[in-house]
Design a protein around this ligand. Structure first.
Ligand code: HPA
Length: 279
């Protein structure tokens, strides 16, 4: 999929969406990307219909053995959702168009809202590992962009503006729910880092200087396409490692990231499963 012709990409999206439409018992209203920190939410989906990525025409395939790759469609608190269990990261070698293919399928299914979670390094000195941050904006260091290439007007405009990309109303609702449940949240700016290496101490410093509060390797391409598709977006990050000031930095392993995310998982699951009912 390195150079993708507009009509070919469009027909692949339609093919995948058609496959799902023919099988779905109901129409999903909200899409969820179950990133690190939200994995448990899949257990809350009732009347679930599970589609493996490998059965959906044109869907990118999971290359890492043991990683889940499913679209789970069903109800959470009575609301129809479509959840991605397993996402595609640019650092794995997928093209940007592959990374964001699922968002195009959501668009083709007329899903108007996407809720995205991720694990991120905390580059704000006030954040602690395990904290939840509602993302208000982003800065991207990705050199590639899923919107690069001939624009397909059927999918969105050539030069999408990025004003109010992170829907204020959704952030406020998420904050209300957090307060009602005594869950602490922050607001912050997510810095998109291509990876796969983590940042050097000097790079964490730079990210803080540039205005980043969090840094992570997913989400930005997904948000760019969701905005191009005129979807409402909420992003919630779990701070898995403290990266600023430099004195708080320690070697960070993937297992540690996963372990910390697990601690925050019930809180984020609570916020998102309730938010779904208020959209
Ligand atoms: N940097 C980039 N991505 C991450 C980090 C980090 O420190 N922690 C979790 N994802």
């Amino acid at each position: 999929m390195s150079i993708v012709r507009k009509d070919e990409y469009y027909s692949q999206i339609q093919g995948a969406a058609q496959y799902l439409k023919e099988r779905l018992k109901s129409t999903p209203k909200v899409a969820i990307v179950l990133g690190t920190g939200l994995g448990n939410l899949s257990d809350k989906i009732k009347n679930a219909e599970i589609f493996s990525y490998s059965e959906i025409p044109h869907f990118p395939q999971i290359t890492v053995k043991g990683h889940a790759g499913n679209l789970i469609c069903g109800e959470i608190n009575g609301v129809e959702v479509m959840a991605m269990q397993g996402r595609f990261h640019y650092y794995e070698g997928y093209s940007m168009k592959e990374v964001t293919f699922p968002m195009r399928v959501m668009q083709a299914l007329n899903i108007g809202t996407i809720l995205i979670s991720n694990a991120a390094g905390g580059v704000n000195g006030n954040y602690n590992a395990g904290d939840i941050v509602l993302v208000t904006d982003h800065i991207s260091l990705h050199q590639d962009n899923p919107l690069r290439g001939e624009n397909d007007e059927r999918l969105g405009t050539r030069f999408p503006d990025m004003f109010s990309t992170y829907e204020k109303e959704l952030i406020l609702k998420a904050e209300d729910i957090a307060k009602e449940n005594n869950i602490k949240t922050h607001r912050g700016v997510y810095f998109g880092w291509p990876g796969p290496n983590l940042e050097t101490p000097a790079e964490y410093n730079m990210i803080n200087t540039l205005g980043g509060d969090l840094v992570g390797m997913s989400t930005v391409p997904e948000v760019l396409v969701a905005k191009h598709a005129s979807m409402k977006v909420l992003v919630a990050s779990v701070v898995t490692n403290e990266c600023f000031p430099i004195g708080r930095l320690s070697p960070t392993g993937h297992d540690e990231v996963i372990d910390v995310a697990k601690i925050a998982e019930p809180k984020l699951t609570q916020i998102i499963s309730e938010l779904i009912t208020r959209i």
